[in-house]
Ligand binder design. Structure first.
Ligand code: GAP
Length: 511
């Protein structure tokens, strides 16, 4: 079994109808993507898994679906108008624009790649006796390179924290970072660029009518806090969950659906008593990590990463990182947002946004622990984890390679493929269609009669279908069928109803 590189992953997503570039016939729109027939099913399944785990499985979490447009003051109160910025720098020769922090991170990644090369070489040389930790701590070349990375990252983080744009520019020059396009070091000043997209109301001219496309779904939850608390009669601690679109004017469009301009978030704000935020922060970080593992993401591909630079609203924050084909990157954020948002909305709206806690007989503005995951990133993580090349035995006893998408069966776009052995045999085809019509009422089922059976199996493997049901001549005599398991390739001859029960039993979400 071997993992598949990023280029093949992106072409597989296109070839098998998972993800397409938006507006491709016009050469595409950067960092905007469409989901195809298989992609949309995978997306709905992940949404369902999240919604069921967060809302249905928690008596104290309820859902909402707020509008994308909100009153412009929302974004003033939330801090996004003033602080939702990226530090940008242009190269004067190539006219290309970059995020200053990503240029510096790219510099560090290059050094890290050199370290990794040395480590891999040494591992090969020393074999089983190789101790990577010891090697990293004692090899002088690695120590020097690691020191360069640490110094660059520390300086960058402190400039970002202080919003010191001149410091960032000097650092880029000091590190002699060149434009990847032109190769020159002819940089403009670094300046802050707001990431929110804006549009204009039709009936109000000027600033007054300026609307933003929400950059996070969370604010729809904060502004509805009292509506939801009163109508659902929830008591603190309780949560409000939402799935919806968010928009960010990302400057760097790369890494496929990892960084998009229009994407989906699945967010939950958990409202707690002031002083209990730390306890709930711990609870949610562990609960969310367990959610990822339950759906099949291997423990070694997941890790926590504490934030060095806290967002304007947080007193603690971490990322759950996943090892994508291009390295460990943020998949989900857990943020302790204090009472920042509710308090800001209270101040700017002039409305009292407080909760009366009957247990302690006190009014207060609740603190908030947020879990926020990008649906599109989760899809990418699942695709990257599931897509594999595997050597399997052929029908004639030889070996061949298959490409298989080992998604958790609850996430697979189709749960079972119905395959009559021959397409020109009326009896086989009729029975196939009967089984298809029977199964499709219970779960997503696909019917396929084209090509040899082996090729049909491979097609289903490539889109992650966990079961294939084959109808042959014996099926017409005794109503039994063959059910093939995608992962272990086992085949069992059972009745149609037994096959249906077996598929059903295997496609539940791990709740
Ligand atoms: N409400 C908090 C918030 O929005 P964030 O860390 O900026 O926090 C949360 O975003 C999650 O949204 C990220 O962990 C990531 O999965 C997803 N996300 C953020 N920006 C994205 C983008 N440009 N494209 C795709 N997903 C994105």
């Amino acid at each position: 079994m071997s993992a598949i590189d990023f280029k093949r992953l992106t072409s597989h997503c296109k070839e098998y109808g998972f993800i397409f570039q938006s507006s491709e016939i016009y050469d595409g729109l950067a960092a905007v993507y469409d989901y195809g027939p298989n992609g949309v099913e995978l997306k709905k399944n992940i949404e369902s898994y999240w919604w069921k785990s967060m809302v249905q499985m928690h008596d104290n979490i309820v859902g909402i679906d707020a509008a994308i447009f909100m009153h412009p003051k929302v974004w003033k109160a939330s801090g996004h108008v003033d602080a939702f910025n990226d530090p940008l720098v242009d190269n004067k020769d190539s006219k290309k624009r970059y995020r200053a922090d990503q240029l510096i991170e790219g510099y560090c990644e290059k050094i890290e790649a050199k370290i990794k090369k040395d480590v891999d070489k040494a591992a090969k040389r020393f074999g089983d006796a190789f101790d990577e930790k010891q090697f990293r701590e004692t090899n002088q070349r690695i120590i020097d390179r690691q020191a360069k990375i640490d110094a660059a990252m520390n300086s960058m983080n402190s400039f970002l924290k202080e919003e010191d744009m001149e410091g960032l520019k000097n650092l880029i020059e000091e590190l002699e970072i060149a434009c990847p396009e032109s190769g020159s070091r002819n940089w403009t000043e670094v300046r802050q660029f707001n990431l929110m997209f804006s549009t204009q109301l039709g009936n109000i001219a000027g600033e007054e009518g300026k609307l933003y496309l929400r950059p996070e779904t969370a604010q729809g939850i904060f502004t509805n806090f009292l509506n939801v608390q009163k109508t659902s009669r929830q008591k603190v601690p309780f949560g409000i969950a939402q799935i919806g679109k968010a928009f960010r004017n990302e400057i760097i469009a790369r890494q496929f659906t990892f960084r998009m301009r229009e994407f989906h978030q699945m967010e939950m704000q958990f409202f707690v008593r002031p002083g209990e935020d730390e306890k709930w922060y711990d609870y949610w970080k562990n609960t969310r990590l367990a959610w990822h593992k339950a759906i099949g993401s291997p423990a070694e591909k997941l890790r926590f990463h504490d934030h060095d630079n806290l967002a304007h609203y947080a007193n603690a924050a971490l990322d759950i990182e996943f090892e994508f084909p291009f390295g460990f990157r943020e998949l989900e954020g857990i943020h302790s947002r204090t009472d920042f948002d509710l308090k800001s909305h209270q101040e700017l709206s002039g409305r009292k946004i407080q909760y009366f806690d009957p247990e302690i007989n006190e009014n207060y503005v609740p603190y908030v622990v947020e879990t926020s995951i990008g649906l599109d990133r989760m899809i990418l993580a699942q695709m990257a984890n599931a897509l594999q090349d595997e050597t399997v035995p052929d029908a004639d006893g030889k070996e061949s390679t298959r490409t298989v998408l080992k998604l958790h069966p609850s996430l697979s776009p189709n749960k079972c493929a119905i395959l009559p052995l021959l397409k020109n045999h009326e009896g086989l085809v009729n029975m196939g269609k009967d089984v298809f019509n029977n199964f499709k009422k219970s779960f997503n089922t696909i019917y396929d009669e084209k090509d040899a059976i082996g090729r049909r199996y491979r097609r289903q493997d490539a889109i992650g279908t966990p079961f294939c049901l084959t109808i042959d001549h014996q099926s017409l005599e005794d109503q039994t069928v063959t059910l093939r398991n995608r992962d272990d390739l086992s085949q069992v001859r059972i009745s149609v109803e037994e096959a249906k029960a077996k598929v059903k039993a295997n496609i539940e979400f791990p709740l």
